[in-house]
Structures are given as structure tokens and as C-alpha cells.
Write a protein that binds this ligand. Sequence first.
Ligand code: SF4
Length: 190
Amino acid sequence: MRYHNITKDDMLNGDGLRVVLWVAGCNHCCRECHNPVTWDPDGGILFDDAARAEIFEQLDKSYISGITFSGGDPLHPANSLDVRKLMAEIRERYPNKTIWLYTGDIWENIFQYPVMQYVDVVVDGEFHVEEKDAKLLWKGSRNQRVIDVKKTMQQRNPKIPVLHCPDYSSPKDAPVPKPVTGAPVTSCVL
Ligand code: SF4
């Protein structure tokens, strides 16, 4: 696996203060992707023991809520196995920290992946620029979903996602519904 960055004390990619691993490799090619430099799986630098230690050093801090895997796509074939192994190690060493995963794939396609046993929250789906809204909580476009993996997996049908949070952190951020236009409705004339 290769990666572009490890960001620290991050407040923009999940609850609390987090360490974020930005992996290399994504084949979703979303229009106006915020991070096209991460598409090439051969880009960035090799994820080595020093990078792993850098992440653990962050997770050792009591005020760090957990780790977020982003990119790129952590579920790209070039990343999925190494991501799963790293998540397993983190889950064992830090059972009280949360693990978030951003992916361009949708929940219905990935909910049975073994990696999900380690994940607390998935933000799924490609970025749709026509549904972009900067006020959305933890996601870039309205089609994406912030999914509570544990609650979802406890359901009778885990294919139906249980959301982790509403679309907006505050009701005042939600867009005002447009008034219905067209001809006024009139009473029936008998
Ligand atoms: S899934 Fe994310 S990284 Fe991949 S192209 Fe879409 S927005 Fe960019």
C-alpha cells in the first residue's frame, strides 16, 4: 500500500480529533474530485513501519478519538488487504478508539467485506458534484451516507444502512425547501 499523507488532530473527517491516513489509489474518477492526485495507486510513498509508528504515536494520545481511512479509496484493490490488516492491528491495540472509512463504493456492495468487522463508521458513495453541499456533516454530496456499521450489522437485513448522524449538524444548516410552483390548486367545480 502507498499513501500521500497522515494528518493529525483532524476535525473534518469524523467525530472528535482524529488521525487520518490518505491512501493512494482510486478508480471512481468522480467529476471535480477534491483529491485527484490520489487516484494513481503507484503515487505517493510506501506505507512502511515508520508510517505505522507515526499513526500509533497519534492513537496513543488520550484525546485522539480514532483513525479515519481516506484517500484515494482505502478499498481500492491496491489497498484493501493492507488496510484490513492495519485495521485489525489498530482494533486490537486500541479497542476504545473508533475507525472510520471513506470509500467511493456503496454500502450495498461492501457490507459483507471482512474489513467491516473493524469499522465503526463508513462514509460511502462517489462524490456527485451536482449534489454538493458544503454544510453536509462528514460528507461532500447528498448521495453519500454516514453509516453506523455496528448498528447496521445488528439488523435483520444489514444491507439497509442505519445512519450515524443526520445530514446537517444543525437544523438551521438544512436547505429551505423550495416553494411549490405551478398553477394554484382550485376546488372542484361540480
Ligand atoms: S471516490 Fe473520492 S477520491 Fe475517489 S474520485 Fe471520488 S471523490 Fe475522488
